[in-house]
Design a protein around this ligand. Structure first.
Ligand SMILES: O=c1ccn([C@H]2C[C@H](O)[C@@H](COP(=O)(O)OP(=O)(O)OP(=O)(O)O)O2)c(=O)[nH]1
Length: 130
């Protein structure tokens, strides 16, 4: 986990996301373990970058002022979830995990997601306060 020396105070309703740098990935095989890392608006600690070197041969060394990641600040919605019996329809429906092709399908991806024999509850959300 690399320190950045940077702490921020985001306004409520915003979050910052620690994204990898494509140059570092392409040249050194360095990725972020938790990409993108989420910095909550209320977080006042130092922003840290959790890196992994995926290059099986070369080690990588970082020095002060190296640019190791990039921070994207975004407005985020606060939503309230409501449990419902049925979700509204959509063109994609339950298709996912490679359902549109382009690579080998994931085993069992077409099956329903279950937990302890029960389907997960269906929920819809709306913006908080609406
Ligand atoms: O790449 C990251 C991800 C997170 N953080 C900081 C800011 C964030 O607000 C805090 C908590 O992150 P997160 O919510 O992802 O961690 P958690 O594992 O859910 O821990 P917590 O229970 O503290 O929320 O850690 C970083 O500095 N870098």
């Amino acid at each position: 986990m690399l320190p950045t020396g940077v702490s921020i105070a985001l306004p409520d309703g915003y979050a910052a996301f620690v994204h990898p740098r494509s140059g570092l990935a392409a040249r050194c095989g360095v990725a972020l373990v938790n990409a993108p890392g989420t910095v909550d608006a209320g977080y006042r600690g130092e922003i840290k970058v959790i890196v992994v070197n995926l290059d099986p041969r070369e080690s990588v060394r970082f020095e002060r002022f190296d640019r190791i990641a990039q921070l994207v600040v975004q407005q985020v919605e606060k939503v309230r979830f409501h449990e419902v019996a049925e979700l509204p329809g959509s063109a994609r429906a339950e298709g996912g995990f490679g359902s549109t092709g382009g690579h080998a399908s994931v085993d069992g991806a077409e099956g329903q997601i279950t937990h302890g024999g029960n389907s997960y509850a269906s929920v819809v959300s709306d913006r908080e306060g609406q």
